[in-house]
Design a binder for this molecule. Sequence first.
Ligand SMILES: Cc1cc2nc3c(=O)[nH]c(=O)nc-3n(C[C@H](O)[C@H](O)[C@H](O)COP(=O)(O)OP(=O)(O)OC[C@H]3O[C@@H](n4cnc5c(N)ncnc54)[C@H](O)[C@@H]3O)c2cc1C
Length: 461
Amino acid sequence: MTAYDAIIIGTGQAGPALARRIAGVGMQVAVVERGRFGGTCINTGCTPTKTLVASAYAAHVARRGADYGFSAGDVKVDMKRVKARKDHVVGLANRGVERSLKTLESCRVFEAHARFVSPREVQVGGEVLTSDRIFINVGARATVPNIPGLDQVDYLTNSSMMDIDFLPRHLLVLGGSYIGLEFGQMYRRFGSEVSIVEAGPRLISREDEDVSAALADILAREGITVLPGAKCLRINKQGDDIVMTVDRGGISELRGSHLLIATGRRPNTDDLGLDHAGVKRDQRGYIVVDDELRTSVPGIWALGDCNGKGAFTHTSWNDYQIVAANLFDGESRRVSDRIPAYALYTDPPLGRAGMSEADVRKSGRPVLIARLAMEDVSRAFEKGETEGFMKILVDAETKEILGASFLGTSGDEAIHCVLDAMYAKAPYTLLRRAMHIHPTVAEFIPTMLDDLVPLPGSVAG
Ligand SMILES: Cc1cc2nc3c(=O)[nH]c(=O)nc-3n(C[C@H](O)[C@H](O)[C@H](O)COP(=O)(O)OP(=O)(O)OC[C@H]3O[C@@H](n4cnc5c(N)ncnc54)[C@H](O)[C@@H]3O)c2cc1C
């Protein structure tokens, strides 16, 4: 048995940074990784998808050449080269994480599966490691729904999509949420036929109805078949086709050449031996943590997707910052201090901060809203990318910004103006006086706040 000052299980977004921090104060740290260094974000999540989205965007703009005054001829996407570009970018990031850990003084890296055998001991291959401080950063994986026949077909997930170096003739996407929409739009732009099947009444059901509707419209105009309210009853193979039987008020069949399952994620906590350590999980398998990311067992923390407190790279990174600040800097940082924020990388992207319109309505407070169509934003107009809209929600009494949704070109960047004002707890009037740069999408944030009106359906409306 080998003793360490700390053990870190998983090298997602929190683990490597924490290892560097722990080793930096001279403690001996063991890092265990069973898969690829850098975890989901780098290998099968953000980095590859955003690299592929960039290729798809370039092809889309080339096809729109006539709108801009040029001709790129017949645009054909070479998927082998698209994949090679993606692999290059992913490889740099993946090797960077591996090298940084393997060359870190006071750090020993184990490439194996880790499993708890007691609250202080972790089995790693043939060895047992022991420590008083164990940090779990094991992430999540694609959920595969229990649909009759699914186990009889070769389906794809976000992980196996990374190996595709050909153009699927017709990609069926099961799941109309963030991952499904990003893949769906990118493959349409690569040249596939795409159908998105969503059981719920609308796409991205966590977003406001106007956001869902606008995005469904944008995707449909690109030639994607969007099927909300479609319950998949059965899947089977007929010749080269994958056939989905769906119920949309009547039974029909949908045929495609490939099937992507994008119906959610589940935490990698089922094969971690958590019962041997006494670490509690909730009903969905997420590790139960307090506001400082301590599990039910003293000396064990859980960070990143596996704790159910966030499902993003930035939430996992923020978890690292919270744990490191509390352990090493004498601070008292908490998960509840952070403001929900994320982006959906369709084109145009959706940038989100804080509460949605539906959330604020439910909260029962008086709310004001400002809304601006991207058609009225000069930068969007100049770029020829006028789809979408921006909206900001303000508490009518405190004047603090409660949330914002920016569906539009640069929405993923511009949202940070609002996010930072929210962190500063500044009244919206402060943002209204800021002089922003012309021409940018962000320049319209101060001016749109001149046009706040009561939100219909809220106390103020
Ligand atoms: C297609 C897709 C696109 C995404 N796009 C975005 C985006 O644009 N922006 C964003 O913020 N987020 C995005 N996400 C989410 C983001 O990737 C994750 O939230 C983030 O990677 C979570 O990281 P993590 O630190 O929790 O762990 P992970 O990155 O999941 O890493 C966990 C690591 O632990 C290892 N591991 C698991 N169990 C064990 C074990 N028992 N022993 C040893 N090692 C183990 C795994 O091999 C893995 O390397 C996307 C996700 C997907 C799937």
